[in-house]
Design a protein. Structure first.
Length: 301
């Protein structure tokens, strides 16, 4: 275990897992009363405003945003606007826990995409094994949707997976921002993606014609934007600074259980046995990809 992961950073990691698992919970509540595209816009806009306040003139933010606005638009599209839209549309038909499990395949797609588009992150036998196990779990999850007897339609199951693929492209593309302060990258992509989401919401949903959402939906939107997005990014960057990117990536394993727990406790959701099996396979694949367990076994041998 990395010595930098002390009790404090483990606590932050667990908190982030709860917060990001909560994003699927909050989205499931809000999407019942707010159309997905409009929900995406408000999530991104409110989170962007919160991060602007957090930055408050530091890091030379506006100069960087002006100089690199085209790159922020691309990152905002593939890391925010597109995947959020796909997940929210999927969550109109599937629960928070299942959506979180399917989206947890992000590291698997990231490894596959990085192997193709980069020269320094090629597949190794361990990575190939992790990808195959994780993809097997994905097949177990979406398999029932391919038959008429599935509880959820296939398209709703595929959308969080497509969102995970989009996140994988974003992780690879985002490497060009490695010399940009992390809060600036977060605020820049959220600002750009809110601008992308605005015309889509206006054209598709005509939000001025919609009935005012109930209080629980409004509170879910605020939690989704301020807690799961703005504060979640700040917390993630703090963990990265304290414990490194590899340790921070362990949050991927904590998000689905958090979303499942919240869905069971507050939304009455239940997972089928096949869905637990799929989650176990994806989790095992992520552990293999992380490589830590393999290195410990090799060292012990």
């Amino acid at each position: 275990m990395d010595s930098r992961m002390n009790a404090w950073t483990w606590g932050l990691l667990v908190l982030l897992g709860l917060i990001w698992g909560g994003s699927f919970f909050f989205a499931r509540i809000a999407v019942q009363d707010v159309p997905p595209l409009t929900l995406v816009f408000f999530r991104l806009l409110l989170a962007a405003l919160a991060l602007h306040i957090y930055i408050a003139g530091r890091f030379d933010f506006h100069a960087i945003l002006t100089a690199r606005w085209r790159e922020f638009l691309i990152l905002g599209l593939i890391n925010n606007a597109l995947p959020h839209t796909l997940i929210f549309f999927g969550q109109t038909r599937i629960g928070a826990g299942l959506a979180a499990i399917l989206n947890a395949t992000t590291p698997i797609w990231t490894v596959l995409i990085a192997n193709y588009f980069t020269s320094d992150e090629k597949l190794s036998p361990v990575k190939i094994a992790g990808c195959l196990v994780g993809l097997a779990g994905t097949i177990v999850l979406i398999g029932p949707g391919m038959s008429a007897g599935g509880q959820a339609p296939l398209w709703a199951l595929l959308l969080p997976v497509l969102a995970a693929i989009s996140y994988g492209f974003a992780a690879t593309y985002g490497k060009r921002f490695k010399n940009v302060p992390a809060p600036v990258t977060a605020a820049g992509q959220l600002t750009a993606s809110s601008l992308i989401a605005l015309p889509l919401s206006l054209l598709a949903d005509r939000p001025w014609t919609l009935a005012a959402p109930p209080l629980d939906a409004l509170l879910a939107i605020l939690a989704l934007a301020l807690l799961s997005t703005a504060f979640g990014y700040i917390l993630y960057f703090r963990i990265m600074a304290a414990a490194g990117a590899t340790n921070a990536s362990l949050v991927t394993l904590l998000v689905p259980p958090s979303a499942i727990l919240l869905g069971v406790l507050f939304l009455g959701e239940r997972l089928a046995l096949s869905e637990f099996a799929g989650m176990a396979l994806i989790g095992f694949g992520l552990v293999i990809l992380d490589g830590r367990a393999y290195r410990m076994l090799a060292k012990a041998a």
